[in-house]
Design a protein around this ligand. Structure first.
Ligand SMILES: *Cc1c(COP(=O)(O)O)cnc(C)c1O
Length: 468
């Protein structure tokens, strides 16, 4: 039963048409498209009716409704995908867009996507060309592989390789390497989707060469090694090196594949990152196929790169699934530009943002942290306690999971405001500022801050802490 009072209030609600006329004359809504205003009015009226019926609102006036329409319209119009400030210190942050592109990659996207290009046209012969040719030679040059192809992402690359090389047959994988990556990429599931039969060997902590050898029979299609990107098995462990797997495969005429996951083109161990095989090292073992991501340690656009021998790559290129996973021209433009930087390792380390952030010297970080502390102290005065703390940054993106990169972070505490509330207020600022909480302090790591972002942070904190 709706009470008489509620009935009365509901009846007083203005209609859509009436509100529309008011909204069109409202100075706050002059630039707003009519379709957006209409959507906002309908939603506000619906919410208001519900609020009245559930007793959370006793009366309503036209002015309030219009104010709601104006703010909801602004919300509807605001882009959903927008820039954020990453102060977490996680360099390849999976939730915050993973890799950042180098400026030459951004420029090349503008050049290629803003006009016509030879995407599928051979300028020399005047005939149809292949989009895959744009990066194949460059990838081969950098990895030492015979052939290569770039597709939509590494998950797609793995699916495509399994489908091409082992559909309907068994794929032998160590139990210690049955990886799950965030976003529901799981080796056993990809195996099922590609029509392969997973043949698990060994145990979680130890797998021997004989485990692979004993698993091989007439129905074996592929021996596969998967990089344990986001975890480490420690203690009493044993894995079979790719090189030994290649020997077993060659003896039995079975192809070998490694999913490297992140796949670095540069040995980063001298920068305090772990000793991981580079793509070129994996290729040099003689493996038939190696796959890796374009937007993890490579620091390029989202892509999956498959390198290997002519035999395997020819089959992959002819697979109809390749068309479904094909790379688009924006990605291709960014990928070619990014890869070209690797011809000079020093240039790559300097110009590819991901590599630059991972290899910043500690002294540079401390200088930046100190400068930020001065700026924030000057801006916030007695409203906050600003200090530094020696904590660590992480690579993220499922690479070097055990590595902690030493960093000097800026910490903020404010009287009368919990760290949780500060974190939320910073997150709801435009642009959103994403930090972390440690020991009841709001923490920002200079490692992942881009040029000029310190000033935005200072102004955000001033609004949050000094406006009350
Ligand atoms: C990240 C990762 C993938 C998936 O790569 P995407 O580029 O995210 O599709 C697959 N395998 C491994 C081992 C990975 O680390």
């Amino acid at each position: 039963m709706i009470s008489k009072d509620k009935h009365h209030v509901l009846k007083q609600l203005p209609g859509v048409d009436h509100l529309m006329v008011l909204a069109m004359n409202d100075p706050r809504l002059q630039e707003t498209p009519v379709s957006v205003i209409k959507t906002a009015i309908r939603r506000v009226l619906k919410q208001t009716r519900q609020a009245i019926l559930s007793n959370t609102m006793e009366q309503c006036n036209q002015e309030q409704i219009l104010t709601h329409v104006a703010s909801l319209s602004a919300e509807i119009i605001a882009p959903r995908l927008r820039p954020v400030i990453n102060a977490t210190g996680v360099v390849l942050h999976t939730n915050l867009g993973r890799s950042l592109l180098a400026s030459n990659a951004l420029e090349n996207i503008t050049t290629i996507a803003g006009g016509y290009s030879n995407l599928e046209f051979n300028i020399t012969t005047g005939k149809r060309g292949l989009r895959y040719d744009a990066v194949e030679q460059l990838i081969c040059e950098l990895t030492g592989a015979e052939a290569a192809i770039a597709v939509n992402n590494n998950a797609g690359a793995v699916l495509l390789c399994l489908d091409t090389l082992a559909k309907g047959r068994e794929v032998v994988v160590s139990r210690g390497e049955l990886v799950e990556i965030g976003g529901s990429f799981r080796i056993p599931d990809v195996m099922t989707k590609s029509g392969c039969i997973l043949k698990e060997v060994g145990t979680t902590n130890r797998t021997h060469a004989r485990d692979y050898e004993n698993a091989i029979h007439g129905e074996t299609g592929l021996l596969m090694k998967v990089h344990t990107s986001n975890y480490r098995i420690q203690g009493f462990t044993k894995t079979v090196p790719l090189k030994d797997l290649v020997t077993i495969g060659q003896k039995n005429h079975i192809p070998i594949m490694e999913d490297l996951g992140s796949g670095s083109l540069i040995d980063l161990s001298s920068f305090g990152l772990g000793k991981e095989p580079t793509v070129a090292q994996a290729v040099s073992t003689g493996a038939d196929i190696v796959t890796f991501s374009g937007d993890k340690l490579l620091g390029g656009p989202q892509a999956g790169i498959i390198v290997g021998g002519h035999d395997a790559l020819d089959k992959i290129k002819a697979n109809p699934l390749t068309r479904a996973l094909r790379i688009d021209k924006l990605t291709l433009a960014a990928l070619e530009a990014t890869l070209s930087l690797y011809r000079d390792e020093k240039k790559a380390l300097k110009q590819i943002p991901i590599l630059r952030m991972l290899t910043i010297p500690f002294e540079t970080i401390t200088t930046r942290a100190d400068r930020m502390v001065t700026l924030l102290k000057n801006t916030l005065g007695s409203k906050a306690r600003v200090a530094t703390a020696d904590l660590s940054s992480r690579t993220g993106g499922g690479a070097f999971p055990e590595v902690r990169l030493p960093s000097r972070c800026v910490t903020i505490t404010a009287p009368g405001m919990s760290a949780a509330r500060m974190e939320k207020a910073m997150r709801n600022h435009t642009p959103a500022i994403i930090g972390r909480i440690d020991n009841e302090r709001f923490i920002m790591d200079p490692r992942t801050l881009q040029k000029g972002e310190e000033n935005i942070i200072a102004s955000a904190l001033r609004i949050i802490l000094c406006s009350g």
